[in-house]
Write a protein that binds this ligand. Sequence first.
Ligand SMILES: Cc1ncc(COP(=O)(O)O)c(C=O)c1O
Length: 645
Amino acid sequence: MAADAGEPGAEARRLDAADPLRAKRAAFVLDDTVYLDGNSLGALPRTVPDRLAEVVSREWGQLRIRSWTESGWWTAPERVGDRIAPLLGAAPGQVVVGDSTSVNVFKAMVAAVRIAPSGRDEILVDATTFPTDGYIADSAARLTGRTLRPVPAERIAEEAGPRTAAVLVNHVDYRTGELRDLPGITAAVHAAGAQAVWDLCHSAGALPLALDADGVDFAVGCTYKYLNGGPGAPAFLYVRSGHQEAFDSPLPGWNSHAEPFAMSPRYRPADGAPRGRVGTPEILSLLALEAALEVWDGVDMAEVRAKSLALTAFFERRLAGLLPSITPADPARRGSQVALRCPDARRVTAELTRRGVVADFREPDVLRFGFTPLYTSFADADRAARVLTEVLAGTPAPPSGAGAPDTGRDADEAAALLSRPPAPPARTLRYGPHPAQLVDLYGDGDPRVVIVHGGWWRESYDRAHLSPLAAALAGHGVPAALIEYRRGAGSWPHAAEDVRAALDALPGSAPLTLAGHSAGGQLALWAAARDHRRVARTVVVSPVADLVAADRLGLGAGAVRDHLGGPHPQADPLRLPTPPGPVTVLHGAEDGQVPLAHSLAYATRHGATVIPLPGTGHYAPMDPGTAAGARLIAVLAGGPAQAGT
Ligand SMILES: Cc1ncc(COP(=O)(O)O)c(C=O)c1O
């Protein structure tokens, strides 16, 4: 868009701000990686780890066998099926969860053929099917005495005829992302007197479905892609209520028996969805999936679809035809992925991953980018397009990879700092509803020093690496608070707002020393310039004090642009008003992450005291076991008088 052309990222920011689903991203465990592989394995919803821990420790560990009834394990396949049903446009009682998609394809295909009138001797499958469907449809054909005939998806409607017993169609092609006409093909298959079986692996959770209204006979799909159920999460099987009585499973296991615990030698199928079960359900995976499905509460699938289409279109627009797309341009014919032809797809995928953009490739030359509307942002799409453009142009990766040091003194210092075991706080305060809105308190009494950690505002760097410093301060009789804050794309203004909110939430009323390291230095200097009532002085270490220069130099692998959305003047310590209280800046003379010159420029503009630390890189001052760390502790423990060189 012309209005946004001058400032890369502006359109993405505008779209993210207007996105009605944007709050859902916080429901997932994500980091600064741009994750565009949710069409292979969805990200981890935050609801899952605690629930899984509870299932293991209490339901399995304590209740043991009793959990089959008391914890609802036995009925979980149908219960979770009913939780998925609304996402499929299905009334309750028609979906059961268990086994893999492959196994459910087998059940559905054989059952569909068994329902079909005799004399129909062929099964159709879409010619570009995901391989497992083709293998299994072929086996189903041989077992039932039919022939399998692959047909291009766009011709299935006309090819289905009096000889067709059943057809198996992938709703969204796993390679191209093409969306097939489910209502049209289903109607044509029915007109031919046959059964339609749909593989929904790439559409369930990605777009609205209406299986009941569209008359679908059988459907299968996995739950580890857009439903975020986790690796190997069990698949679902939909058997239309009108077919349930006739559903003759080729795998009539004891779980699908009308009276499983009668242990009868004679098989008598259960009524309804349980007839699709086989053996003992995968309880741990199933219950992880059930917890993962909580993220769908209150989600409008029309909004999911609108965002999915907007994301894929935006990504393609940003690529401006860089590579040929094999995803249909017509929004009505695309799922939630963009597939590009790229001669060197394997290498390009590996290079993208190295630069923090995870996509995947399919043989021989297809690059796939999956967009999961619940957690993919337009900023993600923007960064992915930029990084792909750089990779294809042969632009070398920024020197410091994902923002961490690669070599030299910084790398050694970081390794030493990160190898220190985290020190547990005396207590933790929550100052907001977001999982990152926490403050750890160290030592007895109200805090005197408040620490804001760095890490280029990236989600992958949390406060744990500064816990030894906080504990060391407490050991010197200086109670300390260590702030966590919202990070990642959109850090501006969230991270800064969080620092203020955390300061407001601290116990006590004594004046505080506000300390910050690196990106945390930017946040501390911002808070100091905004004159927080309790901040008496500010001590920063290697602060990102000049956002314009940091952005121009691409410091932290482009972190200013990726996480602050650019060098906003209101966020930039150099360009903000001078803080009313004294400011001391410690800066390693051999810092390879943030140049010492930036601190000198800050000190010149704002009259701060600079303490250059010879022979020191970016991290040693934050490590209480180093001489630079001891220096910082002395400065923090003392008053402003300690601040001179
Ligand atoms: C379209 C499609 N069908 C089937 C499968 C295989 O599913 P499963 O491994 O659960 O049997 C996949 C896996 O990615 C798929 O994409």
